[in-house]
Design a protein. Structure first.
Length: 433
């Protein structure tokens, strides 16, 4: 048995000097990430949607004018003849309001969005010397196009809204959470050193040792008389999470994230395949690509974990008092043959929310861990039972505005060359009987 309480200080009074710096760093990073997301999303919306749409929407007032094609040819990129993507070079002359003008703009939409086949078709249609119809901007006669274009090719830029929403959500979420925790901690006696000195010497010595008395003052405990009433009979414990839920969350996020990144970086893929890079542009895109790949790999890992045999843990009683015990038995649904080693542990964790200056922090400390059962025997892995004993000199389950004490049964099944079975089953530990 590994009992760690006598080696740990309570989180409610143990606030390292580095916590403030770490909190500021996290806030700084989150702030800048939100700024980057908003700027990237806003730029995409402006350059790919708003600016082209403004030109396209103003096109109906443009004046149809006769023009003569002076140049029309398909040109392959000189710096990359193997790229395979042709470009269009076209020029036409027209008269407007008694003056001659020239333009080399085919449409309001970017020419690089045209495929090579479309470019060849345009060159074959607009032959040098032929008369065509162009559209002239009456407010700027030097601007004219042969085709006003279609707004459909700019709507992909609306995906930039996802970047803006994520950035704003990060900023607003951080601000709201910080204010909420600050309000909660106004009542935290440990946030003020003068209030802490108001506790008697015995209370403070217990906190420093990491041992907390099981007796609680009125209003501090999450238990009342009804909570302490225990119905007879066993209870099937519920896991606190399931890898399949994590898979769906990561998959949804990965699809949205990688869809946006693909939209932005698609033009660079051919160069990357040929090991050709453009310095800062590619350097800027790399972190987004790495995050996208990492999210999809995480989703794959979670999906693989969801295929593992599912453990079912049954406790002989619903509540375990300090100094009391219960029997835990388990079995697997969906087979167990892949599990090579099984470990069942009892873990006690304290979560403490505290305030340092204007920053709010949450620390987690594992104050108790005991390996209840460990085996590599297939017969014992498939199903078995063990005793769960709660020490007397520790703390029962507890929830308040600033602190939590959480007890769980942690089941770990090792699987070779595959994600392990890792499940946590919360249990309720109550004060002494």
């Amino acid at each position: 048995m590994e009992f760690m309480a006598d080696q740990q200080r309570a989180l409610s009074v143990d606030r390292g000097k580095n916590s403030w710096g770490a909190g500021c760093f996290v806030a700084f990073v989150v702030t800048w990430i939100s700024v980057v997301f908003v700027l990237v999303g806003g730029s995409a919306i402006w350059t790919m949607v708003l600016a082209p749409a403004m030109e396209i929407l103003s096109a109906p007032k443009w004046v149809e004018t006769s023009c003569v094609i002076q140049r029309s040819e398909v040109v392959q990129a000189v710096d990359d003849p193997e790229d395979g993507h042709d470009s269009l070079e076209i020029e036409f002359e027209y008269d407007f309001a008694g003056q001659k003008y020239k333009s080399d703009q085919f449409s309001l939409s970017p020419a690089n969005e045209l495929s090579s086949d479309e470019i060849r078709e345009i060159a074959e249609k607009y032959i040098v010397g032929t008369k065509q119809t162009c559209f002239v901007d009456p407010d700027d006669p030097a601007t004219a196009v042969l085709k006003t274009g279609s707004p459909e090719i700019t709507w992909m830029g609306l995906l930039g809204l996802v970047f803006v929403v994520i950035g704003l959500a990060l900023a607003i979420g951080t601000f709201v959470a910080s204010n909420r925790k600050s309000e909660i901690e106004k009542s935290d006696p440990f946030a003020d050193s003068n209030a802490q000195r108001a506790f008697d010497v015995e209370d403070r010595s217990e906190l420093r040792s990491g041992l907390v008395r099981s007796e609680t003052k009125p209003g501090q405990s999450e238990y009342d008389e009804e909570d302490l009433f225990e119905e007879p009979g066993p209870i099937t414990l519920k896991a606190d999470s399931h890898p399949l839920m994590l898979f769906f969350v990561l998959l949804a996020f990965g699809i949205v994230w990688n869809g946006i990144v693909f939209m932005i970086a698609s033009e660079r893929f051919d160069d990357w395949i040929n090991l050709k890079f453009k310095g800062f542009e590619d350097l800027f895109l790399m972190p987004f690509l790495i995050v996208g790949i990492g999210v999809l790999l995480g989703a794959l890992y979670a999906f693989m974990a969801s295929l593992n045999p599912r453990p079912v843990v049954v406790l002989s009683r619903q509540l375990i008092p300090l100094g009391g015990f219960a029997t835990a038995n388990w079995h697997f649904e969906g087979g167990f043959g892949s599990v090579r080693k099984l470990t069942l542990s009892l873990v006690g964790t304290e979560e403490a929310v505290y305030r340092r200056g204007t920053d709010t922090h949450t620390d987690t400390n594992e104050f108790y861990r005991e390996v209840l059962f460990e085996t590599e025997s297939p017969s014992e892995i498939s199903n078995g039972e063990t005793e769960v004993s709660i020490p007397t000199d520790t703390m029962h389950s507890f929830t308040s505005s600033n602190n939590k004490v959480i007890w769980v049964l942690k089941l770990h099944g090792e699987i070779a060359l595959w994600p392990d079975v890792q499940m946590k089953f919360p249990i309720r530990v109550v004060p002494h009987e």
